[in-house]
Design a protein around this ligand. Sequence first.
Ligand code: 4AD
Ligand code: MG
Length: 460
Amino acid sequence: MKKRIVDYLAGQPEKDIVVKGWVRTKRGNKNVAFIALNDGSTINNIQVVCDVANFSEQTLKQVTTGACLSVTGDLVPSQGSGQAVEVQAKEIEILGVADPETYPLQKKGHSMEFLREIAHLRPRTNTFGAVLRIRHAMAFAIHKFFNDKGFVYLHTPLVTASDCEGAGEMFQVTTLDLDNLPRNEAGQIDYSEDFFGRHTSLTVSGQLEGELGATALGNIYTFGPTFRAENSNTPRHLAEFWMIEPEMAFYDVNDLMDLEEEFIKYLVQYALDNCQDDLAFLNKMIDSELIDRLKSVVSTDFVRLTYTEGVDILMKSGQKFEFPVSWGVDLQSEHERYLVEKHFRKPVILTDYPKDIKAFYMKQNDDGKTVRGTDVLFPKIGEIIGGSERESSLEKLNRRIEELNMDTRNLWWYIDTRKYGTCPHSGFGLGFERLLLFVTGMSNIRDVIPFPRTPKTAEF
Ligand code: 4AD
Ligand code: MG
């Protein structure tokens, strides 16, 4: 395989190498030019040293920020500090110029807002390079974690006829002519004429199909895009985000919490072990407490307490919240962060939520009021995981579906898992971008996914 800059920087001096990449900066004087070249393989640039006398004025003029070069030269021990080796250039081929008048990434320190407007070019910045490499490393680690444990990666559909979370926040999928909709005698839209012969949407979660997998294969996980048409313009919500959803037969809620905690700690430790340069960069430029925070999470036991206890703490806190707290309300990010950042100063797993604020599939407790749901709450983020033990009783599940007036016609296959060989089982969903917010220290979820989808934005 061709060597890249990351390999040369870690390697020994060598004659006649070729490095290709994009110019980050050029500086120097009339005798010598120093070019910082980056090819995306590492946050670190390789320094290319050119004796000005050996190159045409025309060539050096085209070596501007953003230009793409192929450099032939010798890899030699560096004269300067800051790098062990550098390239003494013999030939420079300009593969692609970047007009300094129009190339938008000229100076350092562009705002995140500005970079979102040039999402097609922002991967060329140090920050986004680091974030995207960490994103890759985390995706790999997720597969490794589950593969090592014998979980089966189950591919669940993106187009679906069911609303797993029951929140009605789905993007409709249709090929009907919106200007000329077919209607039945009652005047309603006739979806039997639609592509799938029924009303369909993009999935909000692969869980329901995941449960079909778990009740056959034992332990499965999904890892794919999910879609929510919620109009939440917050730094923690995307309309298209990636979710990891493991589902395990014979796990009760305690087994579930153990796995949630083990999983996140594994991923954070993996980042600490394998993404050192990128984390050091982000720690320096974005969030000076990042690495300390990552280390503290892997070495601490998560607090486990019930929703009721959590609400009690919040009500007694004397804290003025924007949204007042009382038993029964859905907790807001400000409440979750108070528990995690101010009260306990460590991650918290809340359990036994009121059934009315959770989805239909959660296992009902004997008190008739709460369900075995678990939310994992993290510093800076709030909810990072939502999960539960599932209701395994056919009778109780059916009653809940009825209470909520849900359409059972679309769920008959799901209900069959409780009818035939039902079993205790549990699962959770980790928002991949929420994890990345935590691991990278970035503060807006739009900046941990290459091409964010949010209300009114789908340009790139
Ligand atoms: O809590 P949620 O809605 O749970 C489920 O979807 C379950 N079906 C998961 C399961 O048990 N298999 O979402 C799970 C996680 C949240 O904790 C959060 O991290 C993330 O998905 N999430 C979002 N991330 C980004 N943008 C959004 N709009 C998100 N909504 C949820
Ligand atoms: Mg949730």
